[in-house]
Design a protein around this ligand. Sequence first.
Ligand SMILES: NC(=O)c1ccc[n+]([C@@H]2O[C@H](COP(=O)([O-])OP(=O)(O)OC[C@H]3O[C@@H](n4cnc5c(N)ncnc54)[C@H](OP(=O)(O)O)[C@@H]3O)[C@@H](O)[C@H]2O)c1
Length: 321
Amino acid sequence: MPYKRCGRSGLLLPRISLGLWHNFGGVDSLENARTMIRGAFDRGITHFDLANNYGPPAGSAESTFGQIFKQDLVPYRDELIISSKAGYDMWPGPYGEWGSRKYLIASLDQSLKRMGLEYVDIFYSHRFDPDTPLEETMGALSSIVQQGKALYVGISSYPPEQTKKAIELLRKAGTPCLIHQPSYSMLNRWIEDGLTQVLDEEGVGCIVFSPLAQGLLTNRYLSDIPSDSRASRNHFLKTERITNELQQQLRALNDIAGNRGQSLAQMALSWVLHNPTVTSALIGASRLEQIIDCIASVENEQFDDQELRAIDAIVAQIQTL
Ligand SMILES: NC(=O)c1ccc[n+]([C@@H]2O[C@H](COP(=O)([O-])OP(=O)(O)OC[C@H]3O[C@@H](n4cnc5c(N)ncnc54)[C@H](OP(=O)(O)O)[C@@H]3O)[C@@H](O)[C@H]2O)c1
């Protein structure tokens, strides 16, 4: 596994990191979760990404991780980068979401308990809160570092302008912003419109989530909707999104991947890693075989102009669907 420096920090992150949003909840198989985490770590994936609300039920992915950590990973704590976040709806009442100091600090305390950790390596503000002063949210992140509850802090899905301001506030407080976590894939390129420029200028790292567009950019949906797939659950990835027209375009992308000697998932990951701003691609998985397939993407991050143009033409077709 190759590692890349996170912005201008001292921290190296693996090019492929593993997120526990789906398939690690209380409703999922603990044994499968354990197989995936152990198998990922054995292959050099040192970074595991969580959030307070991952499950279902909310909080249970952290509990699952805590159980596996206790069982298998305690001796390797210093080889691991574990992150969590707060920002989305987590508990009832006015203090259970968004970006207040009250919420962020209470939520991290809960996350640490669930995971059985003394500190997380990275703690994120999960989303920009338009109704809380950014000074308060960044002040809370800064306090969290000063209290030793997180080694680094980051922000997720903040637009470019708010990102710049957050970076400035954290720098002034002496607790620099390590990383931004935005969505990014061949099908979702919003970060190219201003955000990557801010991150490059400021020397902040970038770990991109849903690089496989939640599984669309894999072999899962080339001909049907497998009954054990995310789309079959029809919640975060809607069944109606998988039309015959989309499948036809996905098969065309798959052909390009095949010509590169890659699976579609591997090409989709190579494509995000090819962007020089991207530190790490943050994947999800439902089985270890997928993680192993994804890791091989790091062997070929180069694209020629013809391949890039062919991909863009197909993606343009998909955007019209
Ligand atoms: N900051 C935020 O707001 C935010 C939001 C979303 C996600 N995230 C983070 O990003 C992580 C990844 O998100 P994501 O799960 O949407 O990412 P993704 O990598 O785009 O999609 C993961 C899904 O793709 C399928 N897959 C993965 N590898 C495959 C392979 N080699 N072959 C075939 N199918 C494969 C699996 O689908 P099946 O499950 O159907 O098998 C897997 O669950 C999350 O766990 C979380 O840590 C952060």
